[in-house]
Design a protein. Sequence first.
Length: 244
Amino acid sequence: MSIESTIEKLNALKLYGMVRIIKDTKPEFLANLSHDEVIAMMTDAENDLRAGNKINRLFASSGLRGRASSENIDYSASRGLDRNTVRRLADCTYIDKGESIAVTGPTGAGKSFLAQALGNEACARGYSVQYYGFTKLMNHLRIGRADHSYEKMMNKLNKVKLLILDDFGLEVLDSSSRLAFYEILEERYDRKSLILVSQIPVKSWHSVIGEATVADAICDRLINGSHSLQLKGDSFRRKKELPV
């Protein structure tokens, strides 16, 4: 069997990593390897290619804006952010445990950057991630109730290992948003992770959520067992606007 025929069959089977090894490796090098070594090399190449493709798909479908990295986070003392805490979270063990994270702080303090950096770390490690603005997601779900796509949308959210909701608390929740938010939390509690980003301090979440009974249930699921990252300091956006 000719090498061209072998390559054609591998391409038909979508074993592109193996094809790359055959095309890019000099025949004399392969000739000095045992059959086991050649098979191992081709298998590793195929596995690496598929892992890389999977990670690229995870990034592309996540909704994350840019490639924020935990390595680029500002840990200056005025921000009140502990480097070791962030590094422990960046290893994504909290996702394996189904734990959540609350990120709070003033406008422009870098909350979204931090949440997206953790989201990017999760994608890089092979976890499915979905990033939404809180209000935008609630609007989508409200429309879903009207056009009967609500259950499908919820099922999609529930499958994601890490859900990031940004800008929670910009407005008091109405009954539709309150119940949808509760349903999301109920489904994820102790099973799937959530990062909730808000400029509203945790102590004020009850008033933002509204109806007392549901607010108690939501806050109980958000706060108990969650990691809390509270950022401090001036707005980075305002700093950029100041003259040098």
